[in-house]
Each structure stands twice: as C-alpha cells, then as structure tokens.
Write a protein that binds this ligand. Structure first.
Ligand code: NAD
Ligand code: FE2
Length: 381
C-alpha cells in the first residue's frame, strides 16, 4: 500500500442555501475588499445575485471571462486587480471563471510572466485568499490543484498544476446551477461523470478516491437526465452539484486518464468545449479500456444499478459502455467527431498531440501508443 496525500480546498460548504455562508467566510479570511471574477453568461443569468446580495453595492465585479480562457484574459484581469488594493478573490462561475480566478490569485502573489506558471509546481506561493463558487456541475475546479488555459499560439490547452491553486473555501450550492443552459448542463455533467469514472479506473486510485468516485457516479448517473429534462429540478441539481464536487475530489487526487488526454487536442485545435470533447470521446475510450479493467467496470455497473445476475464480467462491462453511450445520446451529445466539422485528415495530428499528454495517459489502466490513439479517434469519427 502506497502513502497517499489527500488534497482539497481548505473548507467545503455544501447544500441548498450554502451561499449564505459567504459573509462569514469573508470575515474569517479577513477579506474586506473582495474582487469577484465571473463571466458574462453567469452575470446575466441572475445566479450572481445570491452572491452580490451579501456584498457591498460597489463591490468590484470582473465579468469578462470567456469560455475556455486564454492567458491574455488573465493578464487583463490581473491589470484590473492590481489597480486597486483588493485583498481577496471570489470566483463565481464554471470551470472557466474558477480556473481564471485560481491563476489570477497566484499571478497576483508573485512576479513574472503568467506563461512561466505552466507545468507542475512552477508556482512559488499565494497570499491572496480565494473562495470558489461553481455555477456548473461541473469541472470540480473548486477543489482541484489544476487550472487549464488555452494557448492560441500553439493551439493547445495547457495546465498549471500547483497546490497553491487549491481554493481556501469551496461553496457548492445547487441554486447556483439552476440557470445553467441545457447544453452546458449536458456537457459539464458528462465531464463530471468522466472525472468519477476515470479516477475510479486510474492506476493511482486509492480507497479514499474510490469511495468518492463511486458515490459521485451514484449521484450523477440518475440525476443528469433529470437535470437536463427540467433545469428547475432542484433535487436533480443538488445531486449533480454534490456529485460533481465528489468527482472533483476523486480526480484531483487519483487523476484522470485517456478520455481527457484525447479530449485536449479537440479543445486546443477545434475549440470544442472541455465537456463536449470529453463526452464525445468517452464511449470510445471506455470500449478501449474494458479489457484492462473488467473488475472495476463491474463495480461501476453495480454502482449505477445495471443488472449483473448470471453475466460474465465482460458482458457487464460491455453493458456499462452501452449504458454510458445511451446517456450521452439522451442528453444530446453529438455521437461523432465528424459532426464538429473536424477534418479526417487531421486525425494523425490529433493523435500526435494526444500522445504527448503523458501526465494523463500515465494514469490510464490500458497503455496507448500513438497508433492506438489514432485508432480510437477513427472509431469516434
Ligand atoms: N481545473 C480543473 O480541475 C478543471 C477540470 C475540468 C475542466 N476545467 C476547465 O473548465 C472549463 C470548462 O468549464 P465549464 O464546463 O464549467 O464551463 P464554462 O465555465 O466554460 O461555462 C460554459 C458556459 O456556461 C455559462 N454558464 C455557466 N454556469 C451558468 C449558469 N449557472 N447560468 C447561466 N449560464 C452559465 C457560461 O456563461 C459559459 O458561457 C474549461 O476551460 C476546462 O478546461 C478545469
Ligand atoms: Fe474534465
């Protein structure tokens, strides 16, 4: 048994109405002049009201974070942050706003170019306190030590990995997600499910992450179609919000695998959203992984209530792949890469780029060569 260190945000506040704790948390962290980081969609949705009603009327709100943000966005945000004596950051949004706020918090705490932070453990420290409040369910970014930015020059998505990115507080409250559009509910919901599945299949899974991943799947699998069918179903939204949080805690410690590795170039080169690119690859990578991890596929099938009596592990595993494929169709995730006008000629290039994402491929239960990856993209085409 290996020694594992469990990483999380400093404090987790969850459940309906959890946002009402914000004021107390600001006091506890000694934040007198907060800087709110959000995006235009969340700003217009009304979800932000749950937060703004607890802050001074003249609180600074930076609302220009776009989906899948680039480094330049953080530079603009940093210039506004530095122009005043702000003493804390409140991130309100999906993974894009939360990741941006995480990078802002560390960039504001040290000298140097933001680009120098890419990679693992390049961040020197953070003295600006950070509160993360997700509005999607979701990326789990509120509890992970990762932030992902797009690099338009290299047409790649790049990660910053550092424990200084872990927020001081995560407030996960389902009412923040009620206004989430259907397409975002679907794509970010499948992303959360992928986090749970990939961390359960990861070669770095342990007893703690397993427990979190299984509970996450039990919450997300039945709740996602309900939240998609009716966005105002608060119980489904609550199960999704909690499931996404648990999945974030699981993958933040066990890692994700080949689904994410193969999704990265689709985001970098074709600008598919993170959730969509994962969702379209999920059934194909699961099919690839089945032979390497039949017992764990059987565990997942049992967790989400698929019948197992009298069936072989291979059959149960296959029924899991089929059930996940059906779920993706139910929430209207396009089935094929060609539906995103991706060129078939680009597949070798995509495979080359995905094969470089060794940070994630190394977690995967089945090894993948560049030609294996090409084969999976072709199956998904
Ligand atoms: N740090 C991590 O651990 C981690 C993990 C996975 C993904 N990510 C990153 O997160 C980003 C994706 O985040 P996401 O899937 O949460 O989507 P997002 O933050 O990009 O938001 C997508 C869209 O949904 C809108 N939206 C979000 N919540 C809403 C709400 N409640 N009401 C109305 N509109 C709402 C936004 O305005 C935006 O237009 C990507 O950049 C991805 O790389 C980070
Ligand atoms: Fe993800």
């Amino acid at each position: 048994m290996q020694v594992s260190h469990f990483k999380s945000a400093g404090r987790l506040i969850t459940g309906q109405g959890a946002t009402a704790s914000l004021k107390d948390e600001l006091l506890r962290l000694n934040i007198r002049k907060p800087f709110v980081v959000t995006d235009p969609g969340v700003y217009q949705s009304g979800a932000l009201e749950h937060i703004l009603c607890q802050l001074d009327k003249d609180v600074a709100v930076y609302k220009d974070i776009p989906p899948e943000p680039e480094i330049e966005v953080i530079e603009n945000c940093l210039a506004e942050f530095n122009a005043n004596a702000f003493d804390g950051i409140i991130a309100v949004g999906g993974g894009s706003a939360i990741d941006s706020a995480k990078v802002l918090a560390v960039a504001a705490s040290q000298q140097g170019e933001i680009a120098s932070l890419f990679g693992t453990d390049q961040v020197k420290g953070r003295h600006i306190p950070l509160i993360a409040i997700p509005t999607t369910a979701g990326t789990g970014s509120e509890v992970t030590n990762i932030a992902i930015l797009s690099d338009p020059a290299e047409q790649l998505k790049k990660g910053i990995v550092s424990d200084y990115l872990l927020p001081d507080v995560a407030i996960v409250s389902p009412e923040m997600t009620l206004s989430c559009p259907k397409s975002v509910t679907a794509a970010s919901g499948i992303d959360a499910l992928v986090h749970a599945i990939e961390s359960y299949l990861s070669v770095h899974a342990n007893a703690v992450t397993d427990a979190l991943a299984i509970k996450a799947m039990q919450l997300i699998y039945p709740a996602l179609p309900k939240a998609y069918a009716r966005g105002d179903n608060i119980q489904a939204r609550e199960h999704m919000a909690t499931g996404s949080l648990l999945a974030g805690l699981a993958f933040g410690n066990a890692g994700v695998g080949a689904v994410h590795a193969l999704a990265y170039p689709l985001g970098g080169r074709y600008h598919l959203s993170h959730g969509l690119s994962n969702a379209v690859m999920l059934p194909h990578v699961l099919q690839w992984n089945l032979m390497a991890s039949r017992e764990r596929f059987t565990d997942i099938a049992a967790a989400i209530g698929l019948p197992s009596h009298g069936r072989s592990q291979q059959d149960i595993g296959q029924s899991l792949v089929d059930a996940i494929t059906t779920l993706c169709r139910e929430v209207e995730i396009p089935a094929r890469l060609r539906e995103f006008s991706i060129q078939e000629n680009d597949i070798p290039l995509l495979a080359k780029e995905a094969s470089k994402v060794t940070r994630l491929l190394n977690n995967n239960p089945r090894a993948l060569s560049e030609s294996d990856i090409e084969r999976i993209y072709r199956a998904a085409y």
